[in-house]
Design a protein around this ligand. Sequence first.
Ligand SMILES: *Cc1c(COP(=O)(O)O)cnc(C)c1O
Length: 430
Amino acid sequence: MTKTNTANTLAACQALDQEDPLRSLRDLFQVPESMIYLDGNSLGVLPKATPARVAAAVAQEWGQDLIKSWNSAGWFQMPLKVGNKIARLIGAKDDEVVAADSTSINLFKVLSAALSIAQADHPEKKVILSELTNFPTDLYIAEALCKERGFSLKLVEAEALQTALQQDVAVLMLTHVNYRTGAMLNMKDMTASAHSVGALTVWDLAHSAGAVPVDLNGSQADFAVGCGYKYLNGGPGAPAFVWVHPKHTDRFWQPLSGWWGHAAPFEFTPDYKPAAGISRYQCGTQPVLSLTALDTALDVFLEVEKLGGMQALRNKSLALTGLFMNLVQAELAGHGFGIATPHEENLRGSQVSLTRSEGAYAIVQALIARSVIGDFRAGDGKSQPDILRFGLTPLYTRFVDVWYAVQHLKEVMDSGEWQQPHFSQKNTVT
Ligand SMILES: *Cc1c(COP(=O)(O)O)cnc(C)c1O
C-alpha cells in the first residue's frame, strides 16, 4: 500500500483504480452518475440486483401467492437465513445471528440479557461502562435500562476505558468503530480486559459489519448488534442484526418475548417458552420486503469472498482512507482542518473525519451542492469538535472519487463558497 501513500496526482489515483483487485464490485451498485457518494456509513448505495428482487417479492410472493409465501417463499425463515449471511462477515457461526428489528431494539434485548446474567453471577456489580462519544441511541437505551434495573451508566473517554474497568463493572458496552471519529477499538483486547474483571461485553458493529474484518468468536465477545442499512446496503430502515455467544443464548429470556421467539409459535399456547438458540432474540413479525432487500444486498459479499474476502476489502479501505488523509494534508494546509481519524491503520475503521472550529456544517452543505456527499456531526461546543464525516465504502468507492472529493473541498475553501448564507441553514437530518 506504499504506492497509495505517495499518490498525489489524478493519474496516480487512476492507476490505483486500474490495479484495484476489487474494482469490479462497483458494477454491482447503482451509484448515481456524477455523484461522489461518501456517506455509505450512513446509508449504503442501492445494489443493482435489489429493485428486481424486491419487485418480484411484491408482485409474485405477496401479489400472487399471498399467505402461502410464509412457507413457499421461505418468509418465516428469512431472519435466520439473512443472519447466516451476516455471520460470515463478523466471525460468527451458522445459526448464531438473527436479522430483525432495529439496532436500538436489539441493543435493548442484549443489554437486558447481559444485565440478567450479571445480576445472577455477580450481584454486586452495578455499572454499565461505555464511551462518552458512543452513538447516542446506545447511551439512551443503556440509560433507560439502568433506571429500570438499578444499574448506573458510567461514561469515559476511549483512552480512560481500561482504567475505568474496575470490579464494579457488570457490562462493557462499546461501539467497535466510533461513529464520529472513525477510531476503532481492539475488540479482542478490550474483551479480555473486561473478562479479567468479570464484566461482559456488548459490541455495536454499526460501523464495522461489511466494512472491517470482525471476529466475534475469536475475540470471545459476549453480545453484538449491528446495522443493516450502512455498510451492508440493505436500504433505508433495513433490519438490524443480533449475535449472542452460544454460552449465553439460553441462559435468560430477552425481555421482548414475542411469539417469533417462541419455541413453537404456531402452537399458539398461552404461555411463553423461548426457542433454543438465537431464534429467541426475535420478537414479532418481521418486515419481509426489507429483509428481501437486505438478503439481496448481502449477496454482494459472496462476490467479495471470491476476490479475497473481508481482508481484501480492508486493504482497499485502508488505502482509501490513507489517501484521503494524505491529500487533505497536502492540498488543504492552512485551511484550518484537523483530522480526527487515527493515522495508525489498526486504530481506524473505514471513514475519515475532519474537524474545523467553524463552518463545518456549511462546508459539508457546499460540498453536497457540488454532489460530493458527506455529512456533518455536531460537537458539544466543548471538548468534542464539529465533524465533517466521509465514509469510504471499499465496495464502490474509487481512488479517483477521493481525489475529486478533496479537489472539490479545496475549491470550496479557496473560493470562500461555503460562506454563502444558505449553506448555514440547518436541515432536519444532517
Ligand atoms: C447507526 C447507528 C445506530 C442506529 O440505530 P437505529 O436503531 O438503526 O436507529 C445505532 N448505534 C450505532 C453505533 C450507530 O452507528
